[in-house]
Design a protein around this ligand. Structure first.
Ligand code: PGA
Length: 254
């Protein structure tokens, strides 16, 4: 079976200035000194930093991604960024449907689906986020919510090559709280099973399913060891090279 190659992606959100490339360079040095990592490493900085990061980190092996894109390739959409523009700046991926965008900008799964499709059109990997709120978890609706978001957000043409799924419980983001390992395993297995009926077993088993929400150096090893967890989407702990390295090094070969 095609084992997914893990991915550890740092979502910087609305944090970072041009000088912050220093943190990324520090991370690149740690990676270079590590003697091999059995995972891909990505930073998704604010859009204005993408071109600079791609230039200055071009030989580091660190991939660069965007945090959102518009569904269309150009046009009268003030303030928006097309997937083609991210690609042109050097990005290889884009996060779509992060819960902060679903909440702050009222993005529906239908819109997320259009954005993911735009990412594919532009030749980017779409990192599609799903996750339940605290009250949905308390009401026992977690798996239903995930199913609905997943089926609504995955566009036609999705493959294991052009798409990554990130399970991020909304209540775990930035709070220091994480689900139990059993709960993480349950949701990831559920996502894998749903991908299998939607896309077929080949793509489903090869697709990366990341866990995100308060991943830290102290809990990364146990979370990454859960079955069907193929890496992490990391917010706060990706901003400092030392913390992010503490997570990535779970995949160090030596
Ligand atoms: P966090 O954020 O690691 O700060 O909880 C994760 C995310 O929102 O992607």
């Amino acid at each position: 079976m095609n084992q997914p190659h893990p991915l550890v992606a740092g979502n910087w959100k609305m944090n970072g200035l041009r000088v912050s490339v220093n943190e990324a360079e520090n991370l690149a040095e740690r990676l270079a000194g590590a003697g091999g990592i059995s995972a891909e490493v990505m930073i998704c900085p604010p859009a204005l930093l993408i071109a600079q990061f791609c230039r200055e980190l071009s030989s580091s092996g660190i991939l660069i991604g965007g945090q959102d894109c518009h569904g269309e390739s150009s046009g009268a959409h003030t303030g928006d960024i097309a997937a083609e523009m991210l690609k042109d700046a050097g990005a290889s991926s884009v996060i779509v449907g992060h819960s902060e965008r679903r909440a702050d900008h009222g993005e529906s799964s239908e819109e997320v689906c259009v954005k993911a499709s735009a990412a594919h059109r532009a030749g980017l990997t779409a990192i599609i986020c799903v996750g339940e709120t605290q009250s949905q978890r308390e009401k026992g609706q977690t798996l239903d919510v995930i199913s609905e978001q997943l089926s609504g957000s995955i566009p036609h043409g999705t493959t294991a090559q052009n798409t990554v799924i990130a399970y991020e419980p909304v209540w775990a983001i930035g709070t220091g709280l994480t689900p139990t390992l059993d709960d993480v395993g349950e949701v990831h297995a559920h996502i894998r099973a749903q991908l299998s009926s939607a896309l077929g077993q080949g793509d489903a088993s090869a697709m990366r399913i990341l866990y995100g929400g308060s991943v830290k150096p102290g809990n990364a090893a146990e979370l990454m060891a859960v079955e069907n967890v193929n890496g992490a989407l990391v917010g706060g702990a990706s901003l400092k090279a030392e913390d992010f390295w503490g997570i990535i090094s779970v995949y160090a070969k030596s």
